[in-house]
Design a protein around this ligand. Structure first.
Ligand code: AP5
Ligand code: MG
Ligand code: ZN
Length: 215
């Protein structure tokens, strides 16, 4: 199974991908996470991406497509893939077709998380993650069960993303509307787009996605 989770910043792509990884043993391929790891490690890709990400603009198509191809190679061809935050442009959508073919894979579904843009700024500015394991949380919608302690790994260190301020979020949304939303018709034409209500509770959204995957 190979699926794309598509939706604007804060739609819940990462949250749902993590849940599908836990319940179905699929692998999350988040170009945002890969780029943040590269920035942290100070690799050449990270040095190039850092300022672009802080502005909320898109990193080059070539860089992200290479990251995805390398990750698919590393994980082997039998594990299901959840693309989170990729593809984001028409050029990336085209590259993904070629990359998947090279790995003997094909796309099963493009799942669009439909959300109300006004809610997204609140979701994003309240977001934080475990510094040790990456589990995602929210000040209002998803606090750790024991305050200050990660549910998953017990760490007491958390972090927030440098691009999660209101100004940058507006730029990220504009980029989504201008460059990413236009790739949907390509997948519509193939009959593989499915829509879920991304404003529902986190668990309900997962249930809706699982119903799609179950066919
Ligand atoms: P990326 O990391 O992909 O960020 P994004 O697309 O802006 O999306 P987010 O991660 O902000 O949102 P999400 O949909 O994952 O939401 P989440 O589940 O966390 O990209 C970052 C940057 O990297 C880009 O701006 C760009 O510069 C670069 N980049 C990455 N990929 C690229 C590419 N392919 N090409 C070029 N550049 C690229 O949820 C948000 C919060 O809401 C969480 O706190 C969560 O707990 C909460 N929440 C989630 N679901 C619900 C719900 N149903 N109800 C209530 N709260 C909820
Ligand atoms: Mg994310
Ligand atoms: Zn943790």
């Amino acid at each position: 199974m190979n699926i794309i989770l598509l939706g604007p910043p804060g739609a819940g792509k990462g949250t749902q991908a993590q849940r599908l990884v836990e319940h179905h043993g699929m692998r999350q391929l988040s170009t945002g996470d890969m780029l943040r790891a590269a920035v942290k490690a100070g690799t050449p890709v990270g040095l190039e991406a850092k300022a672009v990400m802080e502005r909320g603009e898109l990193v080059s198509d070539e860089i992200v497509s290479k990251l995805i191809d390398a990750e698919l190679t590393a994980m082997g061809d039998s594990v299901g893939a959840i693309f989170d935050g990729y593809p984001r442009t028409e050029a990336q959508a085209h590259s993904l077709d070629e990359i998947l073919a090279g790995h003997g894979r094909s796309l099963d579904y493009v799942i669009e998380l439909e959300v109300d843009e006004d809610a997204l700024v609140e979701r994003i500015t309240g977001r934080f993650t475990c510094a040790a394991c990456g589990e995602g949380y929210h000040d209002v919608f998803k606090q750790p069960r024991v305050p200050g302690v990660c549910d998953k790994c017990g760490s007491t260190e958390f972090k927030r993303r440098p691009d999660d301020n209101e100004d940058t979020v507006r730029t990220r949304m504009a980029e989504y509307r201008a460059k990413t939303a236009p790739i949907l018709p390509v997948y519509e034409a193939r009959g593989i787009v499915r829509r879920v209500d991304g404003m529902a509770d986190i668990a309900e959204v997962t249930g809706a996605i699982e119903a799609i995957l179950a066919g």
